[in-house]
Ligand binder design. Structure first.
Ligand SMILES: O=P(O)(O)OC[C@H]1O[C@](O)(COP(=O)(O)O)[C@@H](O)[C@@H]1O
Ligand SMILES: [Mg+2]
Ligand SMILES: [Mg+2]
Length: 296
């Protein structure tokens, strides 16, 4: 059969990838109830794996692998990339973000990053990024285009896996929420001092799923961080699967991202599963954070 995406622009391939992730989302959601148990073994980041993580990863690998123009698929749950075709586009997925929330029945997401480069790739190679949020309503937030050029939009994902546009996403100018991961005694002193200031200005909203916590920042304005920790200087979140796509979306919605020292999108990619400190939100809050870290 003729390849419908043969020679297609990476952005056209990326649109199809986002459609595909939305199309699979109802199946991911429908498969959760019977998959709340942990499996034996760990993922490449050394974390426990739920049956639902593997189920979502298999569904996404199969569906995204069928998209013409996609050459490789990578996921937080797999050691190496999978060759799925001849195209130049690489797709990196966090199949279930915040899956430890499954036990307590709190929100989770699927994160997708589309790179026009072999992996590991820089955030500057992104041609699209998005996430599905499995909250009371299933929604997708996504953008297509070079970082900074893409409009970020929210969609309702219907029970049939269609995307219905809900509108543009722009960070509110008056921020109200913050959410920071990691154990408080493990926070470096400079970050803890920043938190002392922020606590007086914003209210705490932390749910333990990056995508749900970032969605609060996109909706209400504020700052989300999974910071560098005393015990883990690169934090917890993964650059290719989590940091880059979230940075792309928050920057595209008018905010800023930082590793503590410049945009996450500028962090050199050296490994598929490398970690990165993640600070995202309204520009002035992220700039104050960078200043607080630089002063120490
Ligand atoms: O339990 P903690 O330390 O607060 O960590 C929460 C963070 O870990 C994550 O759950 C990691 O993502 P995964 O569930 O995809 O491994 C993030 O979604 C979240 O921001
Ligand atoms: Mg995750
Ligand atoms: Mg995950």
């Amino acid at each position: 059969m003729a390849d419908p995406n043969a020679g297609a622009e990476p952005t056209a391939v990326a649109e199809t990838v986002l459609d595909t992730v939305a199309a699979v989302a109802p199946d991911v959601r429908a498969g959760l109830p019977g998959r709340r148990r942990y499996l034996d073994g760990e993922n490449p980041s050394g974390e426990a794996v739920l049956a639902a993580d593997v189920y979502a990863d298999d569904l996404l690998e199969s569906a995204i692998g069928d998209v013409a123009g996609v050459g490789s698929y990578a996921s937080e749950e797999r050691e190496t990339t999978v060759d799925v075709g001849d195209g130049p586009v690489s797709v990196a997925v966090d199949p279930l973000d915040g899956s430890s929330n499954l036990k307590s029945n709190n929100p989770m997401g699927t994160v997708v990053a589309v790179y026009d480069a072999p992996l590991p790739a820089s955030g500057r190679d992104l041609v699209a990024a998005g996430f599905v949020l499995y909250g009371p309503v299933t929604t997708m937030v996504a953008g297509v285009g070079a970082p900074g050029d893409a409009a970020i939009r929210e969609f309702l994902v219907t029970d049939d896996g269609e995307r219905e546009p809900l509108g543009d996403v722009d960070l509110p100018a008056e921020p109200t929420v913050y959410g920071f991961g990691g154990r408080v005694p493990d926070w470096p002193d400079d970050f803890a001092a920043y938190v002392d200031e922020i606590e007086d200005e914003l209210k705490l909203r932390y749910g333990g799923a990056m995508i749900a916590d970032v969605s609060q920042v996109l909706s209400y304005g504020g700052v989300f961080a999974y910071p560098a920790l005393e015990s883990a200087p690169d934090g917890k979140l993964r650059l290719l699967f989590e940091g880059n796509p979230v940075a792309y979306l928050v920057e595209g919605a008018g905010g800023q991202s930082s590793t503590g020292d410049g945009s996450i999108l500028d962090r050199e990619a050296t490994g598929l599963h490398q970690r990165v400190p993640v600070y995202v939100g309204n520009g002035d809050l992220v700039e104050r954070l960078e200043a607080a870290l630089a002063d120490s």
